[in-house]
Ligand binder design. Structure first.
Ligand SMILES: NC(=O)C1=CN([C@@H]2O[C@H](COP(=O)(O)OP(=O)(O)OC[C@H]3O[C@@H](n4cnc5c(N)ncnc54)[C@H](O)[C@@H]3O)[C@@H](O)[C@H]2O)C=CC1
Ligand SMILES: O=C([O-])CC(=O)C(=O)O
Length: 335
């Protein structure tokens, strides 16, 4: 299994690369970034794990060299938020970064699983899909927006709100929709095993999952957004993809996918009016095998109200991403 991290020298990229280097499922690890990958790769190369590691910079076709033969490409490249910014404020810079990286993937390793972390995920995944479509290489079963951090937060915060003890990972909570503010919808009613959230804590708990990113941005006070918890979440999702690729069955993860391209997705696309949506997806050797049931239809009344707000925001984010590729903005005039 060859894994590539694009944006490997950054706040997420470095710890994510560390986790992938230590993972026995990875035989080869390529680190790509516009800066510092020789240093990061040399540092990680001293770790006594099976993965062979190499760092690449843009010079001399570095991106294509990194991507050559890749089975899985994880993309945390791009700028993070500062206090006062929304994820959508990152679009201006990150849209072009993601577009360029996906063009490289379309040329060099179109069959790889593609995991997009770069924000705004609600728009960068549609950008990736459109770039791949344009190149005639779009396989919706292998393109994923990484929304695992929302799931991780829901697992953690619900324990705190209910006074639960024990391993938070043992409670499975589907978090669906998109990856920003009100587009993030935790389905507490679908938790397994069931959770009993005191009514007076429900709004605050939901808000904390939806705006957990802001909590970190505020605490980091201008130095960035979630990196370590994101590296954990990104690795957790990448590991699930790799395990499924190697034949492990029964793996289900919420992830932001192109609904019409995944079995079971059409009904949800019709109900939500959104072609891209995060839903629990069964993972298999070919990627997204199918979507489990109609989770949107099964939401309770409280969650249905949250979903209405989710659709409103998400539709615009998706359209913005699609437009960026289909009707690209004119190139900026040179001064
Ligand atoms: N999906 C999610 O749940 C989350 C997403 N994010 C997003 O992840 C992205 C990265 O965040 P951080 O690692 O904190 O930022 P960072 O600034 O620390 O690292 C980003 C890295 O990307 C590199 N980069 C820039 N242009 C590139 C290009 N064309 N090719 C390859 N690498 C390039 C930079 O050199 C830098 O090393 C941000 O957009 C952030 O909003 C952050 C947390 C959670
Ligand atoms: O909040 C941000 O900008 C980073 C992010 O996506 C998260 O932490 O969920």
């Amino acid at each position: 299994m060859k894994a590539v991290v694009a944006g490997a020298s950054g706040g997420i990229g470095q710890p994510l690369s560390l986790l992938l280097k230590a993972c026995p499922l990875v035989d080869n690890l390529a680190l790509y970034d516009v800066v510092n990958t020789p240093g990061v790769a040399t540092d990680l190369s001293h770790i006594s794990s099976v993965a062979k590691i190499e760092g690449f910079l843009p010079a001399d076709g570095g991106l294509n060299k990194a991507l050559e033969g890749a089975d899985i490409v994880v993309i945390p490249a791009g700028i993070p938020r500062k206090p006062g910014m929304t994820r959508d404020d990152l679009f201006k810079i990150n849209a072009g970064i993601v577009k360029g990286l996906i063009e490289g993937i379309a040329t060099t390793c179109p069959d790889a699983y593609i995991l997009v972390i770069s924000n705004p995920v609600n728009s960068t995944v549609p950008i990736a899909a459109e770039v791949l479509k344009k190149a005639g290489k779009f396989n919706p079963k292998k393109l994923f927006g990484v929304t695992t951090l929302d799931v991780v937060r829901a697992e953690t915060f619900v324990q705190q709100a209910t006074g639960g003890s024990g391993d938070p990972r043992k409670t499975v909570i589907p978090v669906i929709g998109g990856h920003s503010g009100e587009t993030i919808v935790p389905l507490w009613s679908k938790a397994k095993p069931a959770v009993k959230i005191p009514e007076d804590k429900l709004d605050a708990l939901t808000y904390r999952v939806q705006f957990g990113g802001d909590e970190v941005v505020k605490a980091k006070d201008g130095t960035g957004s979630a990196t370590l918890s994101m590296a954990y979440a990104g690795f957790r999702f990448a590991e699930s993809i790799m395990k499924a690729a190697k034949g492990e069955t029964g793996i289900v993860e919420p992830t932001f996918v192109y609904l019409p391209g995944v079995p079971g997705g059409d009904a949800i696309a019709k109900e939500t009016g959104c072609d891209f949506f995060s839903v629990p997806v069964h993972l298999g050797k070919d990627g997204a095998e199918k979507i489990e049931g109609n989770i949107v239809g099964e939401a309770n009344e409280y969650e249905k109200k949250l979903l209405v707000k989710c659709y409103e925001g998400l539709k615009g984010n998706i359209e913005k991403g699609v437009e960026f590729v289909v009707n690209p903005p004119p190139p900026a005039e040179k001064k």
